[in-house]
Each structure stands twice: as C-alpha cells, then as structure tokens.
Ligand binder design. Structure first.
Ligand code: AP5
Length: 188
C-alpha cells in the first residue's frame, strides 16, 4: 500500500497537490482540515468548538484529530492507500499515526514536505481569502497559522527524517511543475 504524508506550511499546496495525487494513484484522501470544516458546516458540537480554535489559527487538540483519523481509517479499510493532508501536525500525532497503521499492518511509505517561501504563502492565502472567503484566510490569522507551523509542526519533519522517509520538494512554481517533482519522488 502507498501511504503518503503531504506536509508543509499553510498555503504550500497540500490540498491542491493531494487532489492530483489522488487522481493519479487512486488513494483515499484524509484531510483533517476538510473533516473539521465539515463538522463546522454541520454545526456539530465538535465543529462549534473547532471553529473557535481554527478562526484563531491555533491547533485543535491532538486527541480530537487522532480520533478523527482513526474513524476515517476504520471507515476506508479497502482503500489502495492513503494520503494524509494536514496531518500529522505534532509529534504526538505522528506517533499515534504509526501506532494505528501498525495495527493495520501498514506504515507510512513516504513523507513529502513542500517548501515555499513565506511571502508566497501569504500571497496565495490572501488571494484565496478574497476569492473564496475561508474565514482563517485573513492576514492576521495567516501570520499566526504560519507561526504555529514553525513552533509546533515543523518539528514533525525530523520525526520522519529519523525514519529515512522524508523528502523535501520545492513547492514554488506552477502546480504542474510541483506535481512532476512530487510524482518523481513517489515513483522512486
Ligand atoms: P488545513 O485545512 O490543513 O489548512 P492549512 O494547513 O492552513 O493549509 P491550507 O489548506 O490553507 O493550505 P494548503 O497547503 O492545503 O494549500 P492549498 O492547496 O489549499 O487546517 C486548517 C486549520 O484546521 C488549522 O489551522 C487547524 O486549526 C486545524 N487543523 C487541521 N488539521 C489539524 C491537525 N492535524 N491538528 C490540529 N489542528 C488541525 O493552496 C492554498 C492556495 O494557494 C489555494 O488558493 C491554491 O489554489 C493556491 N495554490 C496552490 N498551489 C499553488 C501554486 N503552485 N501557485 C499558485 N497558487 C497555488
């Protein structure tokens, strides 16, 4: 099975590239951000709590997101493989993911980290905020999301480096160029 973690700061193109990877490799998409936005749209208790945290650009608790991922894996046992988008975001989440996958006799195949300059991240997210109105795409919250990434999430790359699975990929350029770089890593 092909199990990919697509990693990177907010706006690095995880969602955009995930869609293309899914189409090519027929994987199951597990995006914790999308699942949480679904909960918000459905006005569930979890969604109401998560909305407060997400609108500040902070991280939802490990316990909640790990539980969400377990449920999704359980519900998609027949998948050919998974692409994890926006998860894991802390070392505790990465450790929990290994435990869950091991219990299914699976493991992460590769960890792809998109590298994009801060100015470009802000440009992309501000533009999306103007066009689509995602509530966390305003300058103040974008700055905090990027700061939270550096403070709490960037360290996850080291976890996969130690396992020899980490592959940094240049995330600047056109969507197609970046996709070619990603597929070169996956196909190897
Ligand atoms: P999440 O939904 O994961 O958002 P994010 O990490 O902030 O990432 P984005 O979706 O903003 O960016 P992306 O890297 O996917 O880029 P995209 O392809 O969309 O998380 C949102 C919140 O949920 C978090 O802040 C947190 O509160 C909570 N959360 C989620 N997961 C969590 C977890 N595991 N633990 C705890 N809390 C969690 O592209 C962005 C824009 O750029 C788009 O408009 C796109 O069209 C454009 N674009 C993409 N590629 C290019 C390119 N090459 N050139 C020009 N534009 C491009």
């Amino acid at each position: 099975m092909l199990n990919i973690v697509l990693f990177g700061p907010p706006g690095s193109g995880k969602g955009t590239q995930s869609e293309k990877i899914i189409e090519k490799y027929k994987l199951c998409h597990l995006s914790t951000g999308d699942i949480l936005r679904g909960e918000i749209a459905n006005k569930t208790e979890l969604g109401i709590q998560a909305n407060i945290i997400m609108s500040r650009g902070e991280l939802v608790s490990d316990e909640i997101v790990i539980g969400m991922i377990k449920n999704k894996l359980e519900a998609n046992k027949d998948a050919k493989g998974y692409i994890f988008d926006g998860f894991p975001r802390t070392v505790a989440q990465a450790e929990a993911l290994d435990v869950v996958l091991n219990a299914l006799n699976q493991e992460i195949s590769c960890f792809i980290s998109l590298e994009v300059e801060k100015d470009e991240l802000i440009k992309r997210l501000v533009k999306r905020g103007e066009e689509c109105g995602r509530t966390d795409d305003n300058l103040e919250v974008i700055e905090n999301r990027i700061a939270v990434y550096h403070k709490q999430t960037a360290v996850v790359a080291k976890y996969y480096e130690k396992q020899g699975k980490s592959h940094p990929v240049e995330g600047m350029g056109s969507i197609e160029e970046i996709f070619e770089r990603i597929t070169a890593v996956i196909d190897k």
